[in-house]
Design a protein around this ligand. Structure first.
Ligand code: DC
Length: 227
């Protein structure tokens, strides 16, 4: 197994367990886990709060003017879980709603938003030892990542997982709305002009619809032996 630290890219559709496998790998390897989707969510929250975004529109020129004022960071809580901070404020719970998830998917279509976040993400990976999950990590953020994983699972299974997750967090939502949200985001994430979700040519694909979290982590750890 590789002793020198590497960067690991985990990409795939929304709610297909990217963060579970990425966090598991980071823990096993003593690496830093970075949730790039949380960064798009934080930008969306910032835009909503300032009135530059509604459920139907985005004031692109205002958001662009203020994009450099947004500082996103991560800090571990008492349980060791990474939480997202927007300009020093813990916004972890607020960014996890379906509304902000959908808004994140919309702001993520904007070139200037992607450019700024990719710059921040690449800086985070400079020293290696990072497991980052997202949509464009293996293709754009870390095209040279030594290990690239691409996860898939059926929309129904992903909706069920997301639904369970939201329920556990006390966020009330129906399964039907969750499934519609998953489908809408898949469509937008794969068809947008700027860095659409796609598997990097050198990524290794796993459909995790019918395997357990433990099996999935074992599969990924086995890949480390070949790096
Ligand atoms: O992974 P997530 O559901 O938290 O991501 C929220 C949205 O952000 C998702 O719909 C697409 C976008 N995103 C992206 O475009 N690129 C990334 N690297 C991560 C997320």
């Amino acid at each position: 197994m590789q002793t020198k630290k590497i960067n690991i890219a985990v990409d795939g559709f929304s709610s297909c367990g990217k963060s579970t496998i990425a966090k598991g790998l980071a823990k096993e390897l003593g690496y830093t886990y970075i949730d790039s989707g949380a960064m798009y969510r934080a930008i969306a929250l910032f835009a909503y709060r300032n009135g530059w975004m509604t459920d139907t529109e985005i004031n692109e020129s205002e958001l662009k003017k203020h994009i450099s004022e947004i500082e996103i960071s991560f800090q571990a809580n008492a349980d060791g879980q990474q939480e997202t901070y927007l300009n020093g404020e813990n916004v972890e719970k607020e960014i996890r709603s379906l509304r902000i998830g959908n808004a994140a998917s919309r702001v993520s279509t904007l070139g200037f938003v992607r450019k700024e976040l990719v710059r921040q993400q690449q800086a985070m990976g400079k020293k290696k030892g990072v497991v980052m999950d997202g949509r464009d990590i293996g293709t754009v953020v870390f095209p040279d990542a030594e290990l690239k994983i691409f996860l898939t699972a059926s929309p129904e299974i992903r909706a069920q997982r997301r639904f369970n997750e939201l329920q556990a967090k006390g966020i009330s939502v129906s399964y039907e709305d969750t499934l519609a949200n998953v489908r809408e985001r898949d469509q937008r994430d794969t068809t947008r002009a700027e860095s659409p979700l796609r598997k990097a040519d050198d990524a290794i694909e796993l459909d995790n619809s019918y395997i357990t979290i433990e099996e999935q982590l074992q599969w990924a750890m086995n890949l480390m032996h070949d790096v």
